[in-house]
Design a protein around this ligand. Structure first.
Ligand code: SAM
Length: 159
């Protein structure tokens, strides 16, 4: 069976956002998840409202809020992930995302636009991966980085 159309959330690629604060980024990731058949998870608090005009403009009709999984805290998120790997995508990693063998059950965790993730989250993840950049560049846009790594996970899973 094609994993992209499998209806069990466990067997669907998963992107988790840690306390996202820019509405257009989350909206863009919602669209990416919808197009790739990935599950979106959000660790609250979220820095904007889903009624925000800037959010709606980018999310368009791709938003299916009941399909997004919300966690009240990082603790609740990790409790739910005890049997699955959480892969933190961070500029602070040593390993590059293309060097890693992904599983369909992995959750790709991305940091907040303004501050990434706190140390307590860094300490709980199973693996940390970076997207290599030119020297002296700070970071990619959150939605762009999510698209890059999700595409690689899906490419590996389909092969
Ligand atoms: C705008 S960046 C946040 C920058 C923040 N100052 C930090 O230290 O993480 C938002 C998120 O995008 C992801 N990201 C952006 N560029 C990345 C890169 N080159 N490698 C890995 N993750 C990246 C990370 O998940 C990051 O937390």
């Amino acid at each position: 069976m094609d994993t992209m159309t499998h209806d069990k959330a466990y067997l669907t690629p998963k992107i988790a956002l840690y306390q996202p604060d820019i509405p257009q980024n989350t909206a863009s990731i919602i669209r990416t998840c919808s197009c790739f058949g990935a599950q979106l998870e959000i660790i609250e608090p979220c820095g904007f409202l889903f009624t925000d005009k800037r959010f709606k403009r980018v999310a368009m009709d791709y938003l299916e809020k009941d399909k997004i999984k919300f966690y009240k805290s990082a603790d609740e998120f990790f409790k739910n992930k005890e049997k699955q790997r959480v892969i933190l995508i961070t500029t602070k990693a040593i390993k590059t995302y293309t060097e890693f063998v992904f599983k369909i059950t992995d959750t790709l965790l991305f940091g907040r636009e303004s501050a990434g993730v706190p140390n307590k989250v860094h300490n709980k993840v199973d693996e940390k991966l970076k997207i290599p950049m030119k020297e002296n560049k700070r970071s990619l846009n959150l939605a762009i980085s999510a698209g890059i790594v999700l595409a690689e996970q899906i490419r590996q899973i389909k092969n």
